[in-house]
Design a protein around this ligand. Structure first.
Ligand code: GLU
Length: 449
């Protein structure tokens, strides 16, 4: 089970459970941070005295609202949407919007909480926030998606702004949705404020390499972790869960570095392709046709579609969970270890359960936590904001170079911080402590806010 908390932190955690009942993912995300920051409080008792932890755990503002919309047959539907503006010590709230039927306040709070530390790790001036809705985009027409996005923005517009809160995409929210959301914002406000939302189309204010950034960034982070062990991606066998934006561009970058991807998945099953996944087919199915991954085998007769399989049972050198939270548990972790896996790097947010992380770390599998490993997406969003503010558009190459530098920097700081706090090689501690310190110092400088 989970590690014991520092004696100063246990009552804080108990109070948090009491104040936020039923929000298990939020509890999990907070607990992981509290388990690792005990040593910081020994060095900096002032943070405990000034209740920085209790303040960080309480969102600055939480907005919950109704989103009514009509489907193509005229029937009315009512969804619930959220925007949790968690922490603005380092900059305007920044984080994506998630559209998925599983969304409720607990999911948005876990994502928003993680975002605070992730954004701090990038070193860029962005605070933490997250939003979303329990709307299910699956099977909806373009017009239904548009009407939903317009209805959502009709409320959200009053809460966001270039200097206030800057949404972007997440699961279920990509370029199409960002377009509808921005269009409605512009229409209501009568202002072309490019920097109010990121992940825009590249011909109307978006940044080149933003689409690729989360996946590419996770692979840059993986390469840095391997370098520490005098190893590289070349010739490695990878499995990547998911087949959305993060998974696709993680596969693309990993392949370009000589890795072979043997499996990917979606919520309906797993594709196993021993000869190596053909990314053009995955992109066509997922980005153009918005179809199911099972269609892959129509183009690749040697590949297998495994409907009820668990992707983590497939032998690999490196696993990249890029689908969703808690998709890799202790049993899966044990299987990966048994099969000789040397590294697990999180492209999705919090895809490994606490018990799964424990198994991996105890077995000396290099583990890259999402806060650090998938920060490339939001970092490039901040680069998009920079371009918007200066009315510039950078080249793909320049933007990707900035992204690579940022990921190398995040890796170095996480590694060094872990070392400084006596936890060499523990990137979970490194990321949590480094992220916490940055936010705590800024909050402390600003007084009791
Ligand atoms: N949803 C992404 C994340 O989890 C990106 C957020 C953004 O670009 O603001 O970090």
């Amino acid at each position: 089970m989970s590690a014991k908390l520092d004696e100063k932190l246990e009552p804080i955690y108990q109070e948090l459970l009491h104040r936020n009942p039923g929000e298990s993912e939020f509890h999990q995300a907070v607990r992981e941070v509290l388990e690792t920051i005990g040593p910081v409080l020994c060095k900096h008792p002032e943070f405990a005295d000034r209740k920085i932890i209790q303040r960080i755990c309480e969102p600055e503002r939480q907005i919950i609202f109704r989103v009514p919309w009509q489907d193509d047959s005229g029937e009315i539907h009512i969804n619930r949407a959220f925007r949790v503006e968690f922490n603005s010590a380092l900059g305007p709230y920044k984080g994506g919007m998630r559209f998925h039927p599983s969304v409720y306040l607990g999911i948005i709070k876990f994502l928003g909480f993680e975002q605070i530390f992730k954004n701090a790790l990038t070193g860029l001036p962005i605070g933490g926030g997250k939003g979303g809705s329990d709307f299910n985009p699956k099977g909806k027409s373009d017009n239904e998606i548009m009407r939903f996005c317009q209805s959502l923005m009709t409320e959200l517009y009053r809460h966001i702004g270039v200097y206030t809160d800057v949404p972007a995409g997440d699961i279920g929210v990509g370029g199409r949705e960002i377009g509808y959301l921005f269009g409605q914002y512009k229409r209501i406000t009568n202002r072309y404020e490019s920097g109010v939302i990121t992940g825009k189309g590249t011909d109307w204010g978006g940044s080149l390499a933003r689409k690729e950034a989360t996946g590419y960034g996770a692979v840059y982070f993986t390469q840095e972790m391997l370098k520490v062990r005098n190893d590289s991606l070349d010739g490695k066998k990878l499995i990547v869960s998911g087949s959305g934006n993060v998974a696709i561009y993680a596969m693309e970058k990993a392949q370009s570095q000589g890795a072979k991807i043997v499996a990917c998945s979606d919520s309906s099953g797993v594709i196993y392709h021993k000869e190596g996944i053909d990314l053009d087919t995955v992109k066509r199915i997922k980005e153009v046709e918005r179809g199911r991954i099972s269609d892959y085998i129509e183009s690749h007769k040697k590949a297998k579609y495994l409907k009820d399989a668990c992707i983590w049972d497939i032998p690999c050198d490196i696993a990249l969970p890029c689908a969703t939270q808690n998709e890799l548990n202790a049993k899966d972790a044990k299987k990966l270890v048994e099969n000789g896996c040397i590294a697990v790097v999180e492209g999705a947010n919090m895809p490994t359960t606490p018990e799964g992380i424990k198994v991996l770390q105890e077995s000396k599998v290099a583990f890259g936590p999402s806060k650090a490993a998938n920060a490339g997406g939001v970092a490039t969003s901040a680069l998009e904001m920079q371009q918007n503010a200066s009315r510039a558009s950078w080249s793909f190459e320049h933007t990707e170079n900035c992204l690579a530098e940022i990921m190398i920097g995040i890796h170095r700081r996480c590694y060094e911080t872990a070392e400084e706090y006596g936890a060499t090689g523990d990137y979970v501690s490194g990321a949590n402590i480094e992220g916490f310190l940055r936010v705590a110092r800024a909050m402390d400088a600003m007084g009791v806010i």
